[in-house]
Ligand binder design. Sequence first.
Ligand code: PXG
Length: 441
Amino acid sequence: MSTSNVVPNDLNAFWMPFTANRQFKKTPRMFVAARDMHYTTSDGRQVLDGTAGLWCCNAGHARPKIVEAIARQAAELDYAPAFQMGHPKAFELANRLVDITPDGLDHVLFTNSGSESVETALKLALAFHKIKGEGSRTRLIGRERAYHGVNFGGISVGGIVTNRKMFGTLLAGVDHMPHTHNLAKNAFSKGPPEYGTELADELERIVTLHDASTIAAVIVEPVAGSTGVLIPPPGYLKRLREITKKHGILLIFDEVITGYGRLGTPFGADYFDVVPDIMVTAKGLTNGVVPMGAVMVSAEIHDAFMNGPEHVIEFFHGYTYSGNPIASAAGLATLETYKEEGLLTRGAELAPKFQEALHSLKGLPHVIDIRNIGLVGAIELEPIAGQPTKRAFSAFLKAFEQGLLIRTTGDIIALSPPLIISESQIDEIVTKLAGILKTLE
Ligand code: PXG
């Protein structure tokens, strides 16, 4: 018996992330294997992956190219110092990334996660203005209901109260735009919702309040994922681009979820036809297999740093594992797999089917909204009075029992299956969900 199939007899030591630890440890849910669209549980059941792990396994699981690349790389060059030394695959991966990112994003910094990519982007924005002689631009603007990871910069510009309230005063000088979610006007929209484009003008109000000369950057997720799939109205991101450009403010897209094919285009920037100054990515970069993030930046930002004596470090930032060889090999094999199988655009082919299937759940008990874009969907449930999150969490538990992995946030069910999903597997997800929704308290 493989040791990975043994369930440990003591679950106490591991303090699990973003998990109800006591509930989990009473009734653990363990995966011990995965292949393509399915996980295997410790009791030998198959579970259909409706969430690409945590929005990251875009090519599905145990894909041969990626598995082989990691094994080969570990044997050939396990680690190379990241500072003042290099290895070929990190450069190769940066080149391949520049090939698939929107024109104008020509340089790549590597990190180990979405959270680190966010911090890297925010620090770049501050340092860029300082180098350009505009050191008064120190404010960062985020948005309500935004998720930008869990580090101090990210939770400061983020807009989730539970992620912020325990951690003191956070970064100074941060302001937030309103989110765009509007159930009263936009419920059951198919694709981007009709109302709310004017909310982008709130940025003008914030600029008027603080003055553009104090603002370094605006950071937004093209589609907010973690807080329940909040899809922007048409023209909203274009308007943010116009306003930031007009005022010399950098625009950062956090594409940790929307990157690598999730919306049916390589990046959210492509879907919405808006090129930011900095793009933050992670997750799908390595198919979730090895931790890695990548921050793409414009030539203008990069070139501003390439000044002064050549022996001097230009940007005092980086990680022991930036561009780690095994992560780079995983990234290269992942991009190859995406290319061979057309996965960066397959979501666009499947989106009509996915949309139709999801919206067939309209009218079932407790369902107050269904929304979708590319291969992302959300079903919002009416919370049980006085017990928010309980109804959706119970749907999650029932789905797991019935062989389906979904994600819930608040009382919203989020779906983001691997981009290799078949049409019949989309039907399977929706049929199972329909059954579950009918039985919820
Ligand atoms: N930015 C965005 C937009 C994200 O969605 C991060 C940054 C942070 O990435 P790391 O790699 O540091 O976790 C994220 C992460 C969920 C869920 O189910 C979403 C994330 C992570 C875990 C669960 O909504 N997003």
